[in-house]
Every structure is written in C-alpha cells, then in structure tokens.
Design a binder for this molecule. Structure first.
Ligand SMILES: Cc1ncc(COP(=O)(O)O)c(C=O)c1O
Length: 373
C-alpha cells in the first residue's frame, strides 16, 4: 500500500487507528517555545525522543533551536543521517560496540555530543577516539533528584572531569542536569520550586568544576513541565523540552501559572479511531486499544465529545460507555483522542498524517520509531 495516496484527501479518510498531526498547532507551539527562549537569552535543544521525526527536527531548527536531543545512539543515527548534525545523546553510550558506532557517526557529525557519568565509559570511548584521532564532546550527567543516571556529588563530577580532562580526544563542554520527575508535578509553584532546587544542585557542581579548573560552558536542563522555571534560572544555558510540540492529556493536567490546565502549548497530536461495533445502547467499540493509545501516563481523552468514558478493551480495541454521550455515535464514525502520553504513542506508529485545515498535507515517517538502542 502506498500511503502517499492519502495526501490531499480529507483527514477523515485515512485508515485508522492513525496518528494525526495538526501541523499549524505544532508550528505555533514551536514558535512559542522559540520566543520564550529568545526573550530569556537561553538556547533550546528540543528532545527528539517525542517526535522521532527529522522533518519536525528541521522545523525546530528553522525556528531557532540550537540542535536536537536524542534519547539513544540509534535515534541520533536517524537524525544525523537526515542532516540534523548537532545532536546531544542524553543517555550514556555504553560498551565497545556502541562506542564504535558513535565514532562512526562522528565522521558525519563532529558537533555530536554525549553525556557520561562513569570513568570506565570515558576511558573506553576516550581510548578509541584517541586511536582514531577523533574528538568526542562530553557533558557530565548530574543526578539532580530523579535518581536515574548521573553523578551524585560535586566531588564525583570533579573526579570524572579529571578522567575526561581536556585532552584532544575528549572535550568537556559542561553538564546535563535533567530532573524528569519534576516535569510532572501538579501545580506550577510546587513544580517551579522543585526545579529551582535541582538547578541549585547543578550550579554547585558547576562551581566545583570551575574551581578545579574545568570549563563549564553548557548547563542543559529541563523539559516541558519546568521550562518556565528553567528559563528564569541564572546559570542555565540550554533547555531540552520534548513534549511541548505535541502536548498530551497528562501534560495538559499539570496546571500552569494561571490555572489547572497547562495551556502554554496546544494539543497538536491526536489518534483517530473508528467505531467498529455498537453492541448495545451504552457501548461503542473502537479500533484503538493499547497499541494505539498507551496508558503509561493515563488515558487519552476523546476530542469534541462529552458524556463518554473510554477504557482500553485490550490491545486492539477501545470500549466506550456512551450512554450519556452528547451526540449519536454510529458504526463507521471517527473518534479522535488526545493521547495520554505523546512519546509512547508516537513510538507505536509508522507515520504522521500531517493535517492542515482538515486535509492531509504530507506524510512524515516516524523514522526513529523503535530506535531505543
Ligand atoms: C533527558 C531528557 N531530557 C528532556 C526530556 C524531555 O521531557 P518532556 O517531554 O517532558 O519535555 C526527557 C524526556 O523524557 C529526557 O529524558
């Protein structure tokens, strides 16, 4: 099947379940983020893990992004091979085989950056880069509260900086201090306070590194939930938000400065499903279950409908209680959902139907789908 046949057709005619991208909303979100960063004189490096799609990365770069983040080496390979060269890989790249792939990627993208939190990893990559006559750009990954990756203390950061040194084959650029758990705190002030506390920890690490004679040009932090706090914080040079481009039902619910809904960015992504069965007056069954609308951060919300409740009916079906629905729902009708979590939803689809004014304008592959290695 050539999906290109759907270009120019009404969105309602694409085969479901389908990932629909309201590209005008995406563009507005990207513009909003770019303008906010410019106003605070910070750079932004949007996280590509949410879209996994080179055309979206190029759109972000065209609106002033400094580069792109990739979650893993394989994701970075997709971006680099599509011409997005300034990529920061935000998880440590571990093992000789991956180091070899990394160094091969450096051949096409010398501005590539990695993070590290262990000296063994730096010895291994450093030795291979030295043997090749290459230079690897490194941010020290600092744990500022998520208790995931990252060195725990200023002393550990300085010890790692001594391994990285400032040798020709390893170049220390600064630190990454991402606090994922803060992104989802409900309530703007609580979220802001937690993030500013993490940034303080990052600044302590920066100062220790500088006191020991190491450069710290970059402090890269944050995500969609904390971007306002990140932009106001002194010392932060770069933010790495991902979900802001699409938004999702979960992010929508964490609140902002003015209310219970997080409205700084618009929902741009929906999953369109079809009602495939109406077994009873109260029940409607769709063709979208866990394989179309993952629930790791909560349920998706139906668009434009009230009085219905959705639950997954297994992998392939959705079950709706429509007894109080505000409109009739028949077999064959389309029903769209704002996904609960945009990142895990995108990773389930091969393509975005890029929609403008109700028509399919283009089809963009989710080119790094499944590239989690
Ligand atoms: C290291 C890192 N930076 C940035 C982000 C972007 O976060 P968000 O999608 O919440 O904006 C993530 C998301 O998981 C991440 O893991």
């Amino acid at each position: 099947l050539s999906y290109d046949r759907y270009i120019g057709m009404p969105v309602a005619e694409v085969p479901t379940p389908a990932l629909i991208l309201d590209v005008a909303a995406l563009e507005r979100n990207v513009r909003t983020m770019g303008a906010a960063c410019k106003a605070r004189a910070k750079s932004w490096r949007p996280h590509g893990k949410s879209h996994k799609s080179p055309p979206i990365a190029h759109l972000q770069l065209a609106h002033g992004a400094a580069g792109i983040c990739a979650a893993k080496l394989a994701e970075a390979e997709v971006f680099v091979h599509a011409g997005v060269k300034d990529v920061l890989i935000t998880a440590p790249v571990i093992g000789g085989a991956k180091a070899e792939r990394l160094l091969a990627l450096y051949e096409s993208a010398p501005e590539l950056k990695i993070v590290a939190d262990s000296s063994d990893n730096m010895h291994e990559i450093g030795a291979m880069a030295a043997a090749n006559g290459q230079t690897v750009n490194v941010l020290i990954d600092v744990n500022v509260g998520q208790n995931r990756t990252g060195v725990d203390s200023p002393d550990e950061a300085v010890a790692l900086a001594r391994v990285i040194g400032n040798r020709p084959w390893l170049r220390l650029l600064g630190i990454q201090a991402y606090a994922g758990t803060h992104q989802h705190i409900v309530g703007f002030e609580r979220r802001r306070a937690a993030e500013l506390d993490s940034i303080e920890r990052a600044i302590t690490v920066r100062d220790a590194l500088r006191a020991a004679g190491f450069p710290v040009h970059t402090i890269s932090v944050g995500g969609t939930g904390t971007f306002r706090a990140d932009l106001e914080a002194e010392g932060v040079t770069e933010i790495q938000p991902g979900s802001f481009g699409f938004m999702d039902a979960h992010y929508r619910s964490i609140g902002n400065e003015t209310g219970a809904d997080y409205t700084d960015f618009e929902p741009a992504l929906t999953v369109m499903t079809t009602i495939i069965s109406r077994p009873s007056r109260s029940r409607a069954i769709t063709d979208g279950g866990n394989k179309a609308l993952p629930t790791d951060e909560g349920l998706g919300t139906p668009v434009g409908l009230t009085g219905v409740s959705y639950r997954p009916g297994g992998d392939e079906y959705g079950i709706l209680d429509v007894s109080k629905a505000n409109q009739p729902l028949e077999v064959g009708d389309k029903l769209s959902f704002i996904p609960g979590h945009c990142d895990t939803t995108v990773n389930l689809f091969d393509r975005f139907y890029v929609a403008r004014a109700g028509f399919v304008e283009a089809i963009w592959p989710v080119a790094a789908r499944g590239c989690s290695e």
